[in-house]
Ligand binder design. Structure first.
Ligand code: CP3
Length: 352
């Protein structure tokens, strides 16, 4: 039997994550269930973000929106990076128009020592229940489900800064002044992250992604000393039961260190050509279209998609994605056209 007769989205995606041959490049989109979808905005008009996160039936509905709208090859559970911090003792609020804010950011040794490490089954029960509920829905669509968590550094910096930051001033102050407290914090986060990821796999996730979205804040020297040892613990403890994607942004200058920390697939942003990234990491890669290109017209978007695909053409182990999350005002038609174009294979034959 030919590959195309055998493969469905689930097998195609999982084969690509293992670097095995596939009939077409699998596609999913980071932040695919978000504000660029009118059906998502309609749900959010009725329910607060925290309500959607904490109501399994709503989280399932939102998880399915993008996979029922576009010909995607994977679903990602609707959740967020920050709720695990709530279970540890932080007060997280999603402020409309602003993003998540932590009202009691970590600034002292004492606050770090007070953080608890409760089991995900207790503190992340709605997300785990959403995974159990969405699994049969995805089975009937022959779709894989991706679970996820923040990497220890991205979670630590969010917890210390209390919100978005440009300079990571509080994080770096704590890291340099209190290396022992930093170590204790990172070890607690490793425990929370591994437990959450394993619980998601236990509930039915086929694959998990570790988001180190903020890892690019550091130079090589600091990534190596303050981040890599803890990320490595996460990947080592996850083992090989399911593919683990290691995603980061702004880390082109130390992608070798990111890869050495671990992950079966390395998620790469658009600042580097994907084939060059694969030469460094020596394993399957995910990415790396600039999400901003989806704001342009097709005549501009298409050559950008071609650029990503042709860099990887003939190489194994590519999961097509954006280099970071899709932007809220992205035209839905561009998303549909992009997904269908990747699948069509027309780019590989030089046709339009
Ligand atoms: O990919 C998906 O569709 C799954 C859902 C998902 C969300 N957040 C839902 C969400 C995922 C994978 C995340 C990850 C996440 N959350 C990250 C890492 C990924 C990245 O893009 O770097 C980070 C840093 C967060 C924290 C967070 N949550 C921020 C900074 C914000 C506000 C800014 C923004 O991008 O919207 C959120 C809110 C959030 N998380 C929304 C969604 C759909 C928007 C909430 C809304 O207003 O409806």
């Amino acid at each position: 039997m030919s590959l195309s007769a055998e493969l469905n989205s689930r097998t195609r995606f999982l084969r690509a994550c293992r670097g095995e041959s596939v009939d077409r490049v699998p596609v999913w989109i980071m932040r695919q269930a978000g504000r660029y979808l009118s059906a998502y905005r309609a749900i959010r008009e009725k329910h607060a973000m925290m309500t959607v996160l904490n109501t399994p039936e709503l989280a399932v509905q939102v998880t399915l929106l993008p996979v029922d709208t576009f010909d995607l090859d994977a679903a990602i559970i609707f959740a967020d990076l920050l709720p695990p911090l709530i279970g540890m003792g932080l007060s997280v609020e999603f402020v409309p128009g602003k993003g998540p804010v932590i009202h009691n950011p970590l600034r002292t040794n004492k606050a770090i020592d007070r953080l608890s490490v409760p089991p995900a089954e207790e503190t992340m029960a709605p997300t785990l229940e959403a995974i159990r509920l969405v699994r049969p829905e995805l089975n009937s669509r022959e779709m894989p489900l991706i679970g996820f968590a923040g990497a220890p550094f991205t979670l630590a910096s969010y917890a210390i800064e209390g919100g978005a930051t440009r300079d990571f001033a509080h994080t770096k102050t704590l890291m340099y002044h209190e290396p022992a407290a930093w170590n204790r914090l990172m070890l607690k986060l490793v425990g929370v992250v591994v437990d959450l990821l394993k619980s998601q796999v236990g509930a039915g996730a086929d694959c998990v992604q570790v988001f180190d979205s903020w890892a690019g804040a550091l130079g090589r020297y600091d990534y190596q000393r303050f981040v890599q040892p803890y990320s490595r613990m996460v990947f080592e403890q996850m083992g090989n039961a399911v593919p683990v994607i290691h995603f980061s942004t702004g880390t082109s200058a130390y992608l070798d260190l990111i890869a050495a920390a671990g992950g079966h697939v390395i998620g790469v942003d658009w600042r580097m050509d994907l084939d060059a990234a694969q030469d460094i990491v020596q394993r399957p890669v995910m990415g790396n279209l600039d999400p901003g290109t989806l704001l342009g017209p097709w005549r501009e978007l298409r050559p950008h998609v071609d650029d990503v695909l042709t860099h990887m053409h003939g190489r194994g182990g590519h999961v097509f994605n954006l280099g970071h999350g899709i932007l809220p005002n992205t035209p839905v038609d561009n998303v549909r056209r992009m997904v269908d174009y990747v699948h069509s294979g027309d780019w590989a034959h030089g046709r339009s």
